[in-house]
Write a protein that binds this ligand. Structure first.
Ligand SMILES: Nc1nc2c(c(=O)[nH]1)N[C@H]1C(S)=C(S)[C@@H](COP(=O)(O)OP(=O)(O)OC[C@H]3O[C@@H](n4cnc5c(=O)[nH]c(N)nc54)[C@H](O)[C@@H]3O)O[C@H]1N2
Ligand SMILES: Nc1nc2c(c(=O)[nH]1)N[C@H]1C(S)=C(S)[C@@H](COP(=O)(O)OP(=O)(O)OC[C@H]3O[C@@H](n4cnc5c(=O)[nH]c(N)nc54)[C@H](O)[C@@H]3O)O[C@H]1N2
Ligand code: SF4
Ligand SMILES: [Mo]
Length: 708
């Protein structure tokens, strides 16, 4: 729109919903155009920091490829239809499937942006979790499931995941995370770089264990290479040292399982673990001693620890080792938050109350977790005929074709469904296979409160973001889409005679009153009005000890050695010194966000980022040169990528980022198509999982690399 008289420039303070850091942004608007997005200097938590993705908030809003109205697929082309027509169509198709095949024939898949979207966290769960299907899937089993399982088993609630008290720690051991690229995960901490620097400035130490000398490792005091998939062995041997050298201190926390831990750790001497992990015995002992003897210290493990063959064990041991060294629930250690909106009672109300292995998947008997099955079985549950076969799919804020191993198999399975609907703003690798796409408003057109991520923030904070732009009359928020489907699908019948009233009421309300009520009844006794009066957000102080009160375990004790893990340790015996050949790891880049932000020119410009990183020795052995092309193959498939030869990666390991592969036919992402890359999940084998938890093994799979 051209500038015209009466058009004023205004600045608005919001939080960025694109990653877990929840940075405060100052958005300058002229008329209906965003003219700049900067960091909000007065945000008490992020203090002016933003990353390049924050700036791209405007690109997403203005993206010409973003859908504004529902579309229905007719062969290879799409036709816009009205909202009511779309809702009626979707509801009738889903109801028909349900009537003919039963409720488990409708599968759901919820993706990562759910956690950043108030409407999907509330009304989305209302729709999707009341469908009553066992075929519920999400990005959880590609991500933090092992942390949630450990929280459930050890602390009695799957949402009770502790976070590193990074601002008061004097030793930060970082295992399988690269917060300088990811901006932190299950550690909401804007500007991690400055927070890590502050540790060093106060005389503390940062140590990174990673198969790659990452951006975070470059800024650390020490970096140690560790072989992919061997973290459980490392941690057990550190625990072995703690017991052997009498360094175990549980502190004030009542706990069960100490003797069992001592027993299982005796099997894993530093010598044995060193052969497996590639970390020297001196370093293993040094790590254990440093963790035990530094008063304020923490070992933080994240996705590299989870998404591997022994992810369940490794995530459990990460929490356990903090408990054994007196750092659980202590200042500077691994702490629990006191969020203004407490997600625990809310989740319980929505039926997300935790549980593991209460039932199994139909085809290959994989365990349920939190009412969901692992994504690794989604394709087989669609392909395999019989009672309970999936016939229809709802995807919401997810792109499993690029995000889950076995992408080509998934797209084939999706194409064979009776019906598929996607709640998503784009026609991408997954949604192009849907029959109907229901696009929500953009992040700038809706209100936001970080109901999920504040529960994992390194300080207790709260901030409300009202909508920046009024939504167009014919646009719908995610919550409105979910409510419309929930109403039509007949699930309100559960509510009995009051259902009509409840529907009308919910339709008028939206998510705000829910958050307001949760704020008022929460531990800080806030309200939306109080948050509206503080547009930069509120700092509610540092983390405080919460145990044993907050434990959900029956006897209010920590469970240090839950039975499921003790049993799974037998499997770890398979770990041995590495065979020859290469194993694959992933990586993240500051300018990328999983699979869906590659349509912003400012984020994708520059040299290609979807490359194969390989160590010089491994490159030479395969006649690969920097800038050349390599073929990377597994029994699942093969892709071809540009080569980056670098000694920042461990010999025997190669790295490929995920979320690329936009060259598929029918994808309508103009910018992304010019920077298509290849999808690493086209070659990852979906059958390789952590057998305990069902989490996909995204790291540590074997690959063959040759000159293309
Ligand atoms: N090989 C490998 N694979 C991985 C990973 C890895 O490290 N390596 N990481 C895994 C991890 S941690 C995760 S979380 C998953 C992510 O996996 P997914 O959640 O399946 O994928 P995303 O790329 O986050 O896709 C998000 C989708 O949501 C849509 N979207 C964005 N905003 C909104 C919104 O506000 N409302 C709605 N309705 N839709 C929206 C986007 O258009 C996009 O289609 O990928 C996993 N896959
Ligand atoms: N810029 C950007 N930010 C993001 C995302 C993004 O795609 N881009 N995605 C968001 C999402 S959904 C998530 S879940 C978070 C994840 O946040 P992080 O957990 O910080 O994820 P990564 O940056 O992938 O770092 C994982 C590290 O583990 C290492 N690693 C791989 N295998 C192993 C192993 O077996 N053992 C050990 N010890 N290390 C291993 C990898 O080399 C990598 O450096 O990031 C979020 N933030
Ligand atoms: S770090 Fe995350 S929250 Fe902060 S600006 Fe970047 S994408 Fe947004
Ligand atoms: Mo994730």
């Amino acid at each position: 729109m051209p500038w015209s008289r009466g058009m004023t420039t205004t600045t608005h303070f919001r939080s960025c919903p694109l990653c877990e850091a929840t940075c405060g942004v100052a958005i300058t608007v002229e008329g209906d155009r965003v003219t700049s997005v900067r960091g909000d200097d007065d945000d008490p938590f992020s203090k002016g920091y933003i990353c390049p993705k924050g700036t791209a908030l405007a690109d997403l809003h203005d993206d010409a490829d973003r859908l504004k109205r529902p579309v229905v697929r007719e062969g290879d082309s799409w036709r816009e239809i009205g909202w009511d027509e779309a809702f009626d169509l979707v509801a009738s198709k889903l109801k028909a499937v349900r009537a003919q095949y039963g409720k488990h024939a409708i599968a759901i898949y919820q993706g990562n942006p759910t956690a950043h979207n108030l409407g999907l966290l509330t009304y989305g769960q209302l729709l999707l979790r009341t469908l009553g299907t066992k075929n519920a899937y999400s990005a959880t089993s590609l991500d933090q499931l092992p942390h949630m399982l450990a929280a459930l088993m050890m602390f009695g609630n799957q949402l009770l995941m502790p976070v590193p008290d990074i601002d008061r720690s004097d030793l930060f051991i970082c295992l399988g995370a690269n917060p300088l690229a990811s901006n932190g995960s299950i550690m909401t901490a804007p500007d991690v770089k400055s927070r890590l620097k502050a540790i060093r400035d106060r005389g503390g130490k940062v140590i990174v264990l990673d198969p790659r000398r990452t951006e975070t490792a470059e800024k650390a005091d020490q970096h140690l290479f560790i072989r992919p998939g061997t973290d459980a062995a490392l941690l057990l041997s550190m625990i072995n040292v703690l017991f052997a050298e009498n360094l175990v201190t549980l502190g004030r926390l009542p706990a069960n399982g100490l003797d069992e831990l001592r027993r299982v750790a005796t099997q894993w001497t530093p010598e044995r673990a060193s052969r497996v992990t590639g970390v020297t015995t001196d370093d293993i002992r040094g790590l254990a001693r440093a963790l035990a003897t530094t008063k304020r210290a923490v070992l933080y493990g994240r996705i590299g620890v989870c998404t591997q063959a022994f992810g369940g064990l490794a995530a459990w041991l990460c929490y356990t080792i903090n408990a054994l060294t007196g750092h659980l629930d202590e200042v500077g250690g691994l702490m629990f938050t006191t969020p203004a909106v407490d997600p625990l009672p809310l989740a319980a109300m929505l039926g997300y109350d935790g549980g593991f292995d209460r039932y199994r998947s139909r085809v290959s008997q994989k365990p349920e977790f939190g009412g969901e099955l692992p994504v690794s079985v989604l394709a087989e549950e669609i392909e395999t005929p019989g009672q309970g076969q999936i016939r229809a799919l709802i995807t919401s804020a997810g792109n499993p074709v690029l995000s889950a191993p076995g992408g080509p198999r998934l797209e084939k399975a999706f194409a064979g469904l009776d019906f598929m609907v996607s709640i998503d703003p784009y026609i991408n690798e997954t949604t192009r296979l849907a029959n109907v796409i229901l696009p929500p408003t953009s992040a700038l057109e809706r209100s936001h409160y970080d109901a999920a991520l504040n529960a994992f923030a390194v300080r207790n904070v709260a901030k409300y973001s009202p909508p920046l732009f009024e939504r167009a009359a014919d646009a719908r928020h995610d919550w409105e889409i979910c409510l419309a489907l929930w109403t039509r699908l007949g699930t309100p019948r559960l509510l009995g005679p009051a259902s009509w009233l409840v529907q009308r009421l919910l339709g008028k309300l939206g998510p705000e009153p829910i958050i307001d009520l949760a704020l008022r009844t929460g531990p800080h006794r806030l309200s939306l009005a109080k948050l509206r009066a503080a547009p930069h957000g509120l700092d509610l102080g540092p983390l405080e000890p919460r145990l044993p009160k907050r434990l959900g375990t029956k006897d209010k004790k920590l469970e240090l050695a839950p039975e499921v893990y003790l049993r799974d340790l037998a499997r770890l015996e398979q770990l041995s010194a590495p065979a020859s050949g290469l194993v694959l790891i992933g990586r993240r880049h500051l300018r990328s966000n999983n699979s869906w932000m590659h349509n912003s020119e400012r984020l994708v410009k520059g040299p290609p980022r979807c490359t194969l990183m390989i160590h010089p020795d491994d490159a030479t052995a395969r006649s690969l040169v920097d800038g050349g092309t390599a073929r990377i193959a597994t029994p699942t498939g093969a892709i071809t990528l540009p080569v980056e030869v670098t000694d920042t990666i461990m010999p025997g390991v190669v790295s490929i980022p995920h979320g690329w592969g936009h060259g598929r036919k029918g994808v309508k992402l103009r910018v992304a198509a010019e920077h298509a890359g290849e999808s690493v999940n086209d070659i990852l084998d979906p059958a390789q999982i952590d057998q305990l938890s069902g989490t996909s093994a995204l790291t540590g799979q074997h690959v063959e690399v040759s000159r293309a």
